[in-house]
Ligand binder design. Sequence first.
Ligand code: PLP
Length: 423
Amino acid sequence: MATVKLPEAADHLSAVWGRYGDFIADHAEGVYVYDTEGRRHLDFTSGIGVTNTGHCHPKVVAAIREQAGKMIHAELNIQYHQPVFRLIDELRTVVPPNLDAFFFTNSGAEAVEGAIKLARQTSHRANVIAFQGAFHGRTYMAMSLTNSKSMYRQGYAPLVAGVHIAPFPYHYRMQMTESDATEFCLNELRFMFATQCPPDDTAAIIIESVLGEGGYVVPSKAFMQGLRQICDEFGILLILDEVQSGFGRTGKWFACEHYGIQPDIMVMAKGLASGMPLSAIAARKSIMDKWIVSSHGGTYTGNAIGCAAAVATIQAMKEERMIENAAKVGGFFMDGLSELQGRYPVIGDVRGVGLMIAAEFGTPRAPNTKAAKELLHKAGDDGLMLLTCGPFDNTIRFVPPLIVTQQQAEDALNIIDKALGTL
Ligand code: PLP
């Protein structure tokens, strides 16, 4: 990895931040990040799935500038503001139609926290079921639901009580067919009800529509439909975490569209506002209306600039047909990766949907973290920004902005091919 001379202030950054690259970003545009030494980096991370419209999309920049000149902090407990109403109008055209009430907050973790508080308070039930490999954030409840790596919980116990973890159908790792893994996991959920988590005490089941940090694993349609059915059977709220899979990432507005299901509550963040810290909880109004006034909130919730950026984000995605592009270029990129897998057996699995794509290194019983990390660093030296994920960090995820062209996808594949040839 190339080394860059850092200013003295770098010694005073908290050590808690891990970091993939060591360059200093100067500015960014579209799918490229430019560093202070004039190098250009092809960004296949999107700041972990955030800059879906590309860095500094002109329409988003204009909306931020305009709102910043009008009013920055228009606290929603004190008055209404226009961007929040405009955002609700836009969101209602893209979220599952049964979700017709919204709460806005700042981060994915905060949206998850709020969604669980909403589910617990309105159902009068305590338990929550999450899944193996889940990542829902780093605040206490979100962390208690998170188990994609034990490191995220290290030294933080005791965690929040009432959380139960069920198996997720990661059929490659389980060395099962997709349908066997689906059946096994749905049966295990019913077994959990019989043995440790009475359904009548269960407020919600929360699941990422596509497992993100846990390894970019797409559950089967039958599994997601089975979950919906189980929730309906026992009056349990189904919360979908679309923080990473939302806003066109999978070639649909939200990944749940692939499964033909609608959640009772959905959490969104990341791609929502192209990088402004904004997240949202969407729920059926019949649920949201039962949330006791002022029992949840926050100083910055529904920030006006964030809402204005989100309106511009959704409009730009529609006008420039970014979701169609994600499906098209995603298919091209997956085909390219599968071709590389044929030539480089170190790649054990290629999977994904839209532009939420991954290559897992090694085998289910012998994860090859070293190969994944070497590839990441070599590609980085060649100007391609990548991320890992999965419990052993042996999976590379490919998360470019949705505006990526076929040519840029080919450029990335060429860099990966070259790096794989040297492993
Ligand atoms: N949920 C999912 C699926 C995520 O991928 C993340 C972050 O990576 C979160 C929640 C937490 O979001 P944040 O980091 O904004 O708190």
